[in-house]
Ligand binder design. Structure first.
Ligand SMILES: [Zn+2]
Length: 408
């Protein structure tokens, strides 16, 4: 089944690889680099749109890649044995990715780091032995969904991870598998940030994620790695085959790591098996509440005539951002054919206005979990591109006036 595919590599001005566009005989797709920065991720969303747009314009997949390969920051069209090879490229984690995650940690907040140490040191065996509630049968025969009952000290330890900045939207955990504790029990500091983000965010989607991380030793490995990094950020990062006695971990930094596989635990399956996010969640950032809306853009240029639409559940912030972007686009390029001027552009604008009312009624979204939230940016009336719409309006007035005055 696997046949050669072609791809282009798209790089941001600062040198970070944003992602890859690839095409086979029939289709062209975009893949974001999994460990990319938030800004590269945002840029990737735009590239996704450009790739789709070029394809919908009728270009062949290879034609799309050739066209885009002339853009700044884009490499030449290259052949790969199959899509899996490109997906593998997209999974590469660079030293710059690690540095960016470590930069999220708040080194200056000494209190937060002390709290992290105190909170984890205070955990007792009882705190670690998480009890589960629920599971009992009601008179009607329904079984109540089991849920973990975390102790107050455990809540404190988890909050302490947030306190030092180890839970960050710079790690898009949904795109990444759950990290495992290395054989020597020592996580690299950047991996500790990744794991902390995955565990803490993951708990909101899948009850028991923290319990599981506690039982596998991951939660302690996270805390120990972070504490070691705080004590000496320039220390060599542990590698799986390093001798644990070779460099000096602080005396309290190396607890026995429990075998992940032995004790049977009632926790739900891994994150990857979690059910799809509910529709009330914003499709971009994961925040809620969200409303199911459709925004449209119309391009009325005689040659590049087209429609674009973005739909799905969106929170107030992302919805407003999409509304402003697509409406401004329509105001700028929506007028330049007769049908567009009198039918499509006005219709698009009215439909967007109706749709934006739905997202404006929403409460401000809670914390996002899927990825960075769109920035709504400036209101439309402060975007110069929107005023291009005045040109056709003035032109129509001009035609009416000259028509009424009989051409004199
Ligand atoms: Zn959102």
């Amino acid at each position: 089944m696997s046949s050669p595919v072609h791809y282009i590599t798209v790089t941001a001005p600062d040198g970070e690889v944003i992602g890859y566009a690839w095409g086979d005989a029939t289709d062209v797709e975009w893949i974001n680099r999994k460990a990319s920065s938030s800004s590269a991720y945002d840029a990737g969303m735009e590239w996704y749109g450009r790739v789709r747009e070029a394809h919908e314009r009728g270009l062949t997949p290879l034609g799309v890649l050739n066209l885009l390969s002339h853009e700044p920051g884009v490499g030449p069209v290259t052949e790969a044995p199959d899509v899996a090879a490109i997906e593998e490229l997209a999974r590469i984690v660079t030293p710059a990715d690690d540095r960016r995650l470590l930069a999220q940690l708040d080194r200056d907040d000494a209190e937060a780091w002390q709290e992290l140490a105190d909170a984890f040191d205070a955990l007792t065996d009882e705190d670690r032995d998480v009890k589960w509630g629920g599971g009992q049968k009601s008179p009607s025969g329904a079984i109540q969904v089991p849920f973990p009952m975390y102790s107050q000290p455990l809540h404190r330890a988890v909050s302490a991870l947030l306190g030092v900045g180890a839970v960050t939207p710079e790690h898009r955990w949904v795109d990444s598998p759950m990290l495992q504790v290395p054989p020597d029990g020592r996580l690299r500091p950047a991996d500790a940030v990744r794991a902390a983000t995955t565990v803490v965010r993951g708990e909101k989607f899948s009850d028991g994620t923290i319990d599981k991380a506690l039982k596998s030793g991951l939660l302690d490995a996270i805390a120990n790695s972070l504490r070691t990094w705080y004590a000496d950020p320039d220390a060599d990062q542990p590698s799986p085959d390093a001798d644990p006695d070779a460099d000096q971990p602080s005396p309290d930094a190396a607890p026995p790591v429990e075998q992940p596989s032995t004790a049977p635990t009632p926790q739900p399956r891994a994150l990857q098996d979690a059910p799809d996010p509910t529709p009330s969640m914003c499709k971009f950032c994961g925040g809620s509440p969200a409303a199911d809306v459709t925004f449209r853009a119309h391009r009325g240029l005689i040659i590049f005539f087209g429609f674009k639409k973005m739909d799905g559940p969106m929170c107030m912030t992302c919805g407003l951002a999409v509304y402003r972007a697509l409406t401004t686009h329509t105001l700028c390029v929506g007028w330049w054919s007769p049908f567009s001027l009198f039918v499509f552009a006005p219709l698009t604008l009215v439909r967007n206005l109706l749709a934006v009312r739905k997202v404006k009624q929403l409460a401000a979204p809670g914390p996002g979990m899927l990825g960075p939230r769109y920035d709504p940016g400036l209101p439309i009336h402060r975007r110069p591109r929107a005023y291009v719409a005045l040109i056709p309006v003035v032109w129509v007035l001009f035609m009416i006036v000259t028509g009424l005055s009989g051409g004199v």
